[in-house]
Write a protein that binds this ligand. Structure first.
Ligand code: 5GP
Ligand code: ZN
Length: 136
């Protein structure tokens, strides 16, 4: 897509600190990292969201996500990593080219998990039932 920043990085029209590349997938450092080594993994073909991404390509992308996670643990000597994908504007997706975030984590790095809510009595079962039906 001509106005997509990630497509421009793929095309070499914008700079990117690339850490992995093959014919279908690119991984490069996020310009504003949550922690050092924060990496974005993207398919080279432009798809907007996870749901748009063909299953076969998703399988290849997620394997690269796993490799990057292993690499940051081994080489950056961190304790773990978070994988994130903001799917859709409501979820905070700012760049409309589907991308996984791999975020290196260290014990005591100060990042907090998401806040949580409580279910009312019986609500959990009805929510689970709705999702179950949608999956049929
Ligand atoms: P989103 O909120 O869409 O999941 O995250 C988009 C991410 O892309 C952000 O973390 C942001 O820092 C990163 N980003 C946006 N523009 C650029 C860019 O031009 N280069 C790089 N390397 N990262 C970018
Ligand atoms: Zn794109």
């Amino acid at each position: 897509m001509s106005n997509c920043v990630f497509c421009k990085i793929i095309a070499g029209e914008l700079p990117g600190a690339k850490v992995y590349e093959d014919d279908k997938i690119l991984a490069f450092l996020d310009i504003n990292p949550i922690n050092y080594g924060h990496t974005l993994v993207i398919p080279k073909e432009h798809y907007e969201t996870l749901v748009d991404l063909p299953d076969e390509l998703l399988k290849e992308v997620i394997l690269v996500v796993k490799k990057i996670g292993q690499a940051v643990i081994a080489e950056l000597r961190v304790d773990g990593f978070n994988i994130g994908l903001n799917n859709g504007k409501a979820a905070g997706q700012l760049v409309d080219h589907v991308h996984f975030h791999v975020i290196p984590r260290e014990v005591g790095d100060g990042l907090k998990h998401w806040p949580s809510k409580d279910y009312e009595e019986g609500e959990m079962d009805s929510v689970a039932e709705k999702i179950k039906q949608a999956l049929k």
